[in-house]
Design a protein around this ligand. Sequence first.
Ligand SMILES: [Zn+2]
Length: 315
Amino acid sequence: MPPGTVRLGVDLGGTWLRAAAVSAEGQILSHDRRPTPDRSAEDVVAAIVDGVTAVQARIAALPADSRPTLSVDAPLVIAAPGPLDVPGGRILATPNLPHLRGFPLAAAVATALGRFVHLQNDATMGALGEATFGAGRTFDVVLFLTVSTGIGGGLVIDGRPFTGATGQACELGHLIVDGRRDAPRCGAGHAGCLEAHASGSAIGRAAAAAGMVGGAAAVAAAARAGDPVATAVLRDAARWLGLGIASATSAFDPDIIVLGGGVMGAWDVLCDGVLAGVEEAAMSDGWRRGGVVVGTLGDEAGVVGAAVWAAAGRR
Ligand SMILES: [Zn+2]
């Protein structure tokens, strides 16, 4: 089958910078991954340009009969961790990217590449990727949570992401699930938000307080081996996550809840607790149609979603 037009997406994470060319069917035809530079904003701009250039070069090197058309008029969409100034194309206060704080990233990359560049929330783009080509593709209302160092969220309704008045909707990690004044705090300083209780950082912190060493993956491995402390830490995190999902479900009545992020590597030991938490607190029932599942796009959800957004030509 002759390939059609492909779009580029970029996902700027705290650790990895990904660029990809994605077909209209959601297939990644060219991919580049490199460490995110951690010193200067200029280095990040150069790395994005290099990554995009490498992806384009791989497409250009394909044999003519299997070479898709690279859309040059579509915007280049960069998915980045929030909070963002979406209209201004700036990253505002992401803890993992302090050298980009307030930097006009979209404008700088646009100047370097000579094309329109649009910055979007990475969890929103992950939601769009999963809703279009991943676990949520057969559902109309897809709620997405990504659980890694922090917790992000996104909502896609009939193929369109809900971004709110200023592009900052669905910061589900900052739903307050614990009203105690002395509740644990997230990196943004909220007491008792979901991120403070169920993120990878929160799991690592709870494990350390119980005398364990290591992050969520190590805690999960210990739990699988029957360690009671690790099991208790994950049971707590799972319940908080379930309660957070239940709260979001009561607000949005999704058909399906799709989970992503590195902590989902521990889904086998988290899922019973998460589902029990959702059952305990959800008001609406629509989520039972698709259930609570781990996404199928893994680490590529954001870059695929960015390409989908680019294909829509939306700003
Ligand atoms: Zn918070």
